[in-house]
Design a protein around this ligand. Sequence first.
Ligand code: SUG
Length: 415
Amino acid sequence: MRLAEINFDGIVGPSHNYAGLSLGNLAATAHAGDPSYPRAAALQGLAKMRANMGLGLAQGFFLPLPRPNRRWLGALAADATMDPGLLRGAWSASGMWTANAATVSPAPDSGDGRCHLTVANLVTMPHRAQEWPDTLKQLQTAFSSDAFAVHGPVPPCFGDEGAANHMRLARSHAEPGVEIFVYGRPGGRFPARQHEQASHIVARRHGLDPARCLFIEQSPEAIAAGAFHNDVVSVANERVLFAHQQAFADPAATHAAIRERFPEVEIVEVPASEVSLEEAIASYLFNAQLLTPPDGAMTLVIPTEAWESAPVRGFLTRMVEGNGPIRHVLPVDVRQSMANGGGPACLRLRVVADPAEVDPRFLLSDARAELIEQVIEDHWPEQIDPADLGSETLAASVLSARAALLEALDLGELA
Ligand code: SUG
């Protein structure tokens, strides 16, 4: 068995739009009502996938979910008197942010030697709570081999946002790791989406050794400043934790607990004096992919917005010139997703597994990338104005665009 980290990016769906649905997500709120560009958005996402594949890394993808979601609209007894926010929610392409698809515990960490995935219930935001049944179907298709155990959502009384609030430290991806679950405490000005109990339920289901798990409280000030998920203020890869000084409620105790369980950890902490919490969140510095290409030179894939921030660029330049574990910084343009609060890390779900155990229809190759590009070019709407949401003409074009992609990728069973 050859275990590798595979990043599964969500292909941006043809209904991508800015509806301002996520309280506490400052970018999404700021862009509410703007026109969106689904074709450009999907091509930006595809370019990121190709660039990561170009680094020599395994790359997978997930398909857009069916939108507008007629099943959801039926359950809401939708009619003209309904809150327009609910209608827009049924059109949301939010399934693109696959860091919220599931929490993943690789085989070396679980009690039974299988890779465990629990689909995230995303109950805090109504437009995201509709995702899990279709996401689950997709996970069950992609990971149908015995090497995987795919679980349904944790009970809806406990909010679970998936991998966006979960990190893993290990000497290498294929070795046993320490899994870190980051939850928020409710009571602040913005919702704390990840509940502590949900994290414990996921860890128990995955058969994790309690001695190799940590449950850490996210800093309430980070949530209040717009870090609606932990992956907006920290990211981990192998031995390295890259985090803002104000990411965790009790940074000293958090670092000590991590060191106790994983003494090899290298913590790269960004001080607030160099990059303020507000600047870190506005630039999405931490919503980065921290990757280990085959040559071993750890690379931080950041959004171009982070590179354009003078304090962030200053910090990163000094970091790379120093002797730290992160050797390269690679800015990528995912502006269409960024305007909804989704950076490079939101767009991917990390799965450590043997690629040979994954349904090959979900793995990117040059040929499949070309196929996907062609379908996007031919079928994705160039522009959507929020006032168009609800139009039958737009619905028909969005539905047929997704159908064309499913057909091209031989994934008709996801219809
Ligand atoms: O859940 N935005 C998403 C962004 C998710 C980012 N994911 C991670 N941090 N891993 C959210 O808030 C905005 C949709 C709108 O308003 O149209 C939205 O759902």
